[in-house]
Write a protein of this length. Structure first.
Length: 191
């Protein structure tokens, strides 16, 4: 299961890198966050399984942040980071490697649709515009960040489930999330 999840993560990163422009670290992190939290809000499960922390400039997938400086061998076979001049500064942009193909077999149709919708919507946005999106007032990041009091705290996925949903449906999504956690824990215990 861990290998399958890693393949999903790798291919999600490849998808974002291959389907957006100006994709530096900040934009990549924010797009993955939007995909994960949107999917969770509908199903009670994220796409990548990343844990996001509230940092000053928005949500950060902590383990990917650690890997960013030295990409893992498996990730390096799919993407590379190269300098890209943007107006008056150089951004380190993530790009798909030549000849590498996205493998959609690791995703459900809903996951693929959400990734497509998010990347299409923000394809040409720069990271500063993405900050506005993820810093939405009363959004998940904002509820944890609290003007810096929640710096580096984990952003619970449960915050993505709208309070505006009918209570039965909201409880269904949250119960589905708990069931998935239990299922994953049981699988890990078997190994």
């Amino acid at each position: 299961m861990e290998r399958q999840n890693r393949q999903r993560i790798l291919n999600a990163i490849l998808y974002v890198a291959g389907n957006t422009n100006y994709c530096g670290k900040i934009k990549l992190f924010k797009l993955l966050y939007l995909v994960d939290f949107e999917h969770y809000s509908l199903t009670g499960r994220s796409v990548t399984g990343y844990e996001y922390q509230a940092w000053k400039f928005g949500p950060v997938p902590a383990s990917l942040m650690e890997e960013w400086e030295e990409l893992g061998d498996d990730l390096r076979t799919l993407v590379h980071i190269e300098p890209e001049l943007v107006i008056d500064y150089t951004r380190m942009t993530i790009k798909a490697n030549d000849g590498v193909k996205f493998d959609d077999s690791h995703f459900t149709p809903r996951q693929l649709k959400i990734m497509e919708d998010v990347t299409n919507k923000y394809m040409d946005e720069m990271s500063d515009k993405m900050i506005d999106v993820t810093h939405e007032q009363n959004g998940a990041w904002d509820k944890v960040w609290k003007d810096g009091a929640g710096a580096r705290d984990t952003i619970p996925y449960e915050l993505s489930v709208s309070d505006d949903l009918e209570n039965d449906y909201k409880q269904y999504i949250l119960a589905s999330a708990e069931e998935a956690k239990g299922y994953s824990a049981n699988l890990e215990a078997d190994y």
